[in-house]
Design a protein around this ligand. Structure first.
Ligand code: DAH
Length: 437
């Protein structure tokens, strides 16, 4: 979905997860994402039909609605609020760290905001342009999107794609420092580090104008070169480096210049862990345009966003992102509030591989196919990867072959149920206009 080159496959032994979900999605690397085409109305109608089985808060029957029952069913699980679950344990550790810093500033803990937001909050307030790939229905779960696929507007409603979606609301409420955690939703590929729902934490701290100066008296260039901007960036870096040491023990770190539309300057923090550099978070000095949008042109501050699964997978040695959703006691009973412990795999159940090949229609979106995989197989699909692609010049058609890995985290699958899923997947794929081979 984000069409970034995938990192080389990582071994589970090293569990570095350099390619884990989260920070590599748009709206992150706004620069490096190639533009993608919009698909035709035909798909929009089809998608609308696909989703509109029963009307609900998330399944609306609106032409642009692409939330599936499978996704709807995952909303509100609140994994991050379970203190005895790896995500909740990491969340609490970070919150404790921030609120034990030597400063009179307390960070408000916000973790119960509704994931259904509008595009104004999720994108426009953050200066993410209407044609950004992260706003496409191939990447985002829309609840309403009048006009279907073609038009992105601030009034669209959607499942938040990042916790940055709450920055503007919380700042408008007058909060000066906060940590906002929640479940975020992205249509995506299927493998051990990607799940359509994951969790992020957003941090924001505004600074006293007496300390950093009044930016309304400066040009953009003057502000960026000012001691105030430097002070904020230095505080940001020091604070986040301390957070890494708190979580990982003293580790080697490096800062990478990045680009996010909502911060200027922007950075990424990486740590050297288990023999590899791992991206931990994105951050920066809040862009003046974002503060203008919330009616605070005279204020400045920093912001960061991190993915909890990515950190938890590394810290607890959890090899597959689906495990966080497991209700199996052999998983849930392993973790206790306040403790980072190594996950002990309870059993390895055998995978089952099946291929599916088809000719693509003109408007094929791989994420639509992956979505069907989730819909048909739920957590029983471990991986869907493109293993072969070729174009027949005479036919002028392209064929894709995907390898599907079926595997349960909790039990052995029978041949019968795998065959049933595979047949259903083949059947449902034809809804996308593909021609099975
Ligand atoms: N929202 C970004 C993402 O989803 C992460 C992020 C980057 C948040 C920079 C921030 C920030 O607050 O300043 O990947």
């Amino acid at each position: 979905m984000r069409r970034f080159p995938r990192q080389p496959m990582l071994t589970l032994a090293s569990i570095t997860l350099a390619n884990a979900h989260v920070m590599t999605h748009p709206p992150v690397r706004m620069t490096s994402t190639p533009a993608r085409h919009f698909s035709s109305e035909r798909s929009a109608l089809k998608r609308g039909r696909m989703a509109a089985t029963a009307e609900s808060r998330f399944i609306t029957g609106n032409v642009g609605n692409n939330v599936t029952p499978y996704i709807e069913n995952l909303v509100g699980r609140d994994l991050h609020k379970n203190p005895d679950q790896p995500l909740g344990i990491i969340k609490a550790k970070i919150e404790n760290y921030f609120n034990s810093l030597d400063s009179d500033m307390k960070f408000d803990v916000v973790d119960s905001l509704d994931p259904l937001v509008d595009a104004q909050r999720c994108f426009d307030d953050l200066l993410i342009p209407t044609d950004h790939p992260g706003r496409k229905p191939s990447d985002t779960y829309y609840v309403t999107r009048d006009g279907g696929r073609e038009v992105s507007s601030a009034a669209d409603t959607l499942l938040r794609t990042h916790t940055s979606a709450h920055q503007s609301t919380l700042m408008r409420e007058g909060r000066e420092a906060f940590l906002c955690t929640g479940d975020v939703y992205r249509r995506d590929e299927i493998d051990a580090t990607h799940f359509p729902v994951f969790h992020q934490m957003e941090g924001v701290k505004l600074f006293d104008p007496a300390l950093v100066g009044d930016p309304t008296t400066m040009t953009r260039e003057e502000w960026l070169a000012s001691p105030g901007c430097e002070l904020i960036a230095a505080d940001l870096k020091k604070t986040l480096e301390g957070m890494c040491d708190e979580l990982f023990g003293p580790v080697e770190k490096r800062w990478i210049d990045e680009y996010f539309p909502f911060t200027e300057p922007s950075f990424e923090l990486e740590i050297f862990y288990n023999g590899d550099w791992m991206e931990v978070l994105g951050c920066g000095v809040i862009h003046s345009g974002v503060l203008d949008n919330v009616g605070k042109p005279d204020r400045r501050g920093w912001a960061f966003g991190l993915g909890l699964e990515r950190l938890a997978m590394v810290l607890f040695s959890i090899p597959d992102i689906r495990l966080f959703w497991s209700a199996d006691k052999r998983f849930t009973k392993q973790f206790k509030e306040g403790q980072i412990t190594t996950f002990k795999p309870y059993s390895k159940y055998p995978p089952c591989f099946k291929d599916i090949s088809f000719w693509l229609p003109d408007d094929f979106e791989p994420n639509d196919f992956f979505e069907i995989g989730r819909e048909v197989c739920g957590e029983l699909v471990e991986n869907m990867s493109l293993v072969d692609e070729f174009t027949n010049p005479k036919k002028g058609k392209t064929s894709h072959c995907y390898r599907i890995t079926y595997r349960s985290m909790d039990r052995s699958l029978t041949d019968e149920e795998v065959n049933e899923m595979q047949n259903k997947l083949r059947e449902r794929a034809t809804d996308l206009g593909v021609e099975l081979r």
